[in-house]
Design a protein around this ligand. Structure first.
Ligand SMILES: O=C(O)c1cc2cc(O)c(O)cc2[nH]1
Length: 439
């Protein structure tokens, strides 16, 4: 019942900080060089400008809304590791490796994509150091235009591939720099080789700023090339579709991708602030007999859930329609103060599990029951130890993984470095729904 604390950190640390202090680690973790499938152009900092005009205004994430400046450690831009600046965001488990992302929202982040080797360093309640993935060099954004800049979250598909978006952006406060095109990456987890990198065209997404997650739709495991990625853009409030088979991308717009102006006032970790994040998380229901499936989605600054068929999204010509008719539908409201970052449908229990940011916990909805506030349950809520659940994933064994990262305190106040600020939790899906309305 509830969630089990797996790891906790006061500050995040790395096996390779890049400053020689603990030296490159030899003989642990994958050492193969990733091989991108295409020649990539060199792109210079500033080429893509700061941001598109519409949102050139400073957002509440840049400055404290009541004017008190949060602690910022800038040092100089070359410092490879500044412990305080490392705030983990994503957590995805695959066969003993737990992938942990560290978006580059400050300087001093040695590697944006990392993993914990659970077999070597899986002791419950410990604070393991991170290994860069697929290797340290690929994480050095200033060494090559082929390298990673900033990753928010990852996902593993049914073909044992790790997918993620490199936003291509250094998201420093009041100084965002789009240093190369945002790109979709696919890594084969059996070989740790990069098997695909797709640069997202400027005609689709002006910047990579709001590309914080993606969801992969594969109709049949025997055809791994027939994969679609559904990508919410929380800043420009669009839903992008990438077809691996066609190597093409298209973009949907809909009012349902917008935040709810009445649900943007948040009170988390003793910070009160207003956010305007639009469509944020996408999850897929079960395959129907005709192969179609429901695509559930929600904006973050909203209590509402919506749904569309994957067949609608998969047809590029639908994206160009000015009127989507009834293709996109409102499911309903989860209830007051039920804003959510990530959510995932679990096929074993037919339950959707989701991060709740205002209650600092995990909620659930059994898809066999009508979508009503009364049918949403609480798996766990803990305002002291689960401040701001930033990611929720479910692995192939039916284990839920949750990252809590105290993000609002980092942005608007100061993290205490002698308390545990970051935690990773887990729970079996059947246990998670036990004694809740989701049974
Ligand atoms: O992943 C998130 O929670 C996230 C990323 C991101 C980037 C950004 O520029 C925003 O304004 C909000 C935001 N949320």
């Amino acid at each position: 019942e509830g969630m089990i604390e797996v790891f906790k950190w006061k500050q995040m640390d790395f096996h390779n900080r890049g400053d020689g202090s603990n030296g490159p680690v030899v003989g642990i973790g994958p050492v193969r060089k990733p091989v991108p499938s295409e020649d990539l152009p060199i792109v210079f900092p500033g080429r893509y400008g700061r941001d598109r005009k519409k949102r050139d205004v400073i957002t509440s994430r840049d400055v404290n809304p009541i004017g008190i400046s949060a602690r910022t450690i800038t040092s100089n831009d070359d410092t490879p590791y500044i412990a305080y600046n490392n705030v983990p965001m994503g957590a995805t488990h695959f066969q003993g490796r737990l992938f942990v992302t560290m978006p580059r929202r400050r300087v001093g982040i040695p590697s944006t994509l990392n993993f914990i080797d659970m077999r070597r360093e899986g002791k419950q309640g410990s604070s393991p150091k991170l290994y860069a993935y697929p290797d340290f060099e690929t994480n050095q954004f200033n060494h090559s235009s082929r390298n990673l800049v900033s990753v928010y979250r990852t996902t593993v598909d049914d073909c044992q591939r790790l997918w993620f978006i490199d936003t291509g952006m250094l998201e420093y406060p009041n100084n965002r720099q789009q240093i190369r095109r945002p790109s979709i990456w696919i890594v084969d987890l059996k070989t740790d080789r990069v098997i695909k990198r797709f640069d997202i065209p400027e005609s689709i997404a002006e910047t990579g700023r709001g590309l914080a997650s993606l969801t992969i739709d594969i109709e049949n495991k025997r055809d791994c090339s027939a994969a679609y990625a559904y990508i919410p853009d929380l800043v420009y409030r669009r839903l992008y579709v990438y077809s691996l088979a066609q190597n093409r991308m298209w973009s949907f717009e809909h009012n349902y991708f917008n935040f709810d102006p009445l649900a943007g006032d948040l009170d988390i970790g003793d910070q009160t602030f207003r956010w305007d994040d639009g469509i944020f998380s996408i999850t897929l229901g079960p395959h129907q007999n005709d192969g179609s499936r429901s695509v559930y989605f929600h904006p973050m600054a909203s209590n509402n859930e919506f749904v569309v068929s994957n067949r609608v999204l998969q047809l590029e010509s639908n994206a160009a329609r000015s009127d989507h008719g009834n293709d996109f539908r409102v499911l309903g409201s989860r209830g007051e103060k039920k804003q959510s970052t990530m959510h995932v449908y679990d096929p074993r229990t037919q339950v959707v599990f989701y991060d709740e940011i205002q209650t600092n916990g995990v909620g659930c909805w059994n898809t066999k029951k009508p979508f009503s506030a009364a049918n949403h349950g609480t798996v766990v809520a803990n305002a002291r130890e689960m401040i701001y659940p930033s990611d929720l994933t479910i692995d192939a064994d039916g284990t839920i993984w949750v990252m809590t990262n105290s993000m609002p305190i980092f942005i608007y106040s100061t993290l205490e470095t002698d308390v545990y600020n970051f935690r990773i939790w887990k729970q079996n899906v059947h246990e998670a729904k036990r004694n809740t309305v989701c049974e």
